[in-house]
Design a protein around this ligand. Structure first.
Ligand code: GLY
Length: 308
């Protein structure tokens, strides 16, 4: 049985001077997840580990380094799905958790599907996860962006608004044929406190089913949720499309029906990978059996490590 690992570090208008950091972060994440698969580990462990790498890397809009709400705080959402059992674990609006993907894993292993806010944080403590100060999740770059929003008095920074980064995600197929998909995000910049996008909503931001494949999305959560984008992509796979075709069709439909901008990554049950996006950029990396090295890209062409 083959194994496959694909990650994204988020869609949107990643600034030129942040492209290399996004690419390197995805590269580390995909290698981390793939090493687990290669050593016989589970797809769930691989997805969680890859996302933890990106939550810990402040370049991404997940964990520390996430964008701020209008109140100047970080509010995080995360999700994980097991394609073998169809068990789901998700959390939303947590403010004191540095690694929400691990909390999502704990929820997945419980009878619940989605926990939010203070109740989710209490559940974390009950399961031995430490809480952190919200301040510990905030980096100077995001505070400066937030201050600019307040100075301009705008919801968005301009007509051609595209945030600097978005959600991280991962999908894996392990040697036992199990598929898992997961996401973690700080959401959109200057979002309303309490606002939640697609990330913790099953079938919207993510889905995994061993019989079909797995999907993880990134982009404007409201549009993704309205279209149940992950579910729509799964339908494409079920209809016999390749992962690349299913991804492209889902993004085209999103644009046509709700003028949505987003990206997504896909693995099917055969270990074939695909992705599509209609934002300016989307950081991504994948590694499947037989590849000599990971594919990494942020733009349409493959990223190469700059020479010193
Ligand atoms: N895709 C992340 C969000 O809209 O919250």
């Amino acid at each position: 049985m083959t194994v496959a690992m694909i990650v994204h570090g988020g869609a949107w208008a990643i600034p030129d001077d942040q492209v290399d950091a996004h690419a390197r972060g995805c590269l580390t994440a995909v290698r981390t997840g793939y090493a687990i698969l290669r050593d016989g580990g589970s797809a769930l462990d691989a997805v969680e580990a890859a996302i933890r790498v990106m939550e810990d890397d402040p370049i991404f809009d997940a964990g520390r380094g996430s964008c701020l709400t209008r109140d100047g705080e970080v509010e995080l959402d995360a999700s994980l799905m097991d394609g073998a059992t169809l068990n789901v674990g998700a959390v939303a609006c947590v403010k004191h958790i540095a690694q929400p993907i691990h909390l999502a894993r704990l929820v997945l292993e419980s009878p619940h599907v989605l926990l939010v806010g203070e109740g989710a944080e209490r559940f974390a403590q009950q399961h031995g996860m430490p809480l952190c100060a919200n301040e510990d999740l905030i980096v100077e770059r995001e505070r400066a962006i937030w201050q600019e929003y307040q100075r301009r008095g705008h919801t968005h920074l301009g007509d051609a608004f595209e945030p600097r980064a978005d959600t991280v995600g991962a999908v894996a197929l392990d040697a036992s044929g199990n598929i898992a998909a997961g996401l973690s995000t700080g959401g959109t910049p200057n979002k309303l406190p309490g606002r939640v996008g697609d990330v913790p909503l099953v079938g919207c931001g993510f889905y995994a089913d061993n019989a079909v494949g797995g999907v993880a999305c990134t982009g404007f959560g409201e549009a993704i949720a309205r279209m149940a984008l992950a579910h729509r992509t799964m339908q494409g796979l079920e209809a016999g499309l390749t992962p690349a075709e299913a991804a492209e069709r889902a993004i085209q439909t999103l644009a046509a029906r709700v003028s949505g901008t987003a990206g997504l990554i896909v693995v099917d049950r055969l270990g074939r990978v695909g992705f599509a996006y209609n934002t300016k950029r989307m950081a991504r990396a994948f590694l499947t059996e037989g590849m000599a090295r990971p594919y990494v890209a942020v733009d349409r062409t493959e990223w190469k490590e700059p020479e010193d």
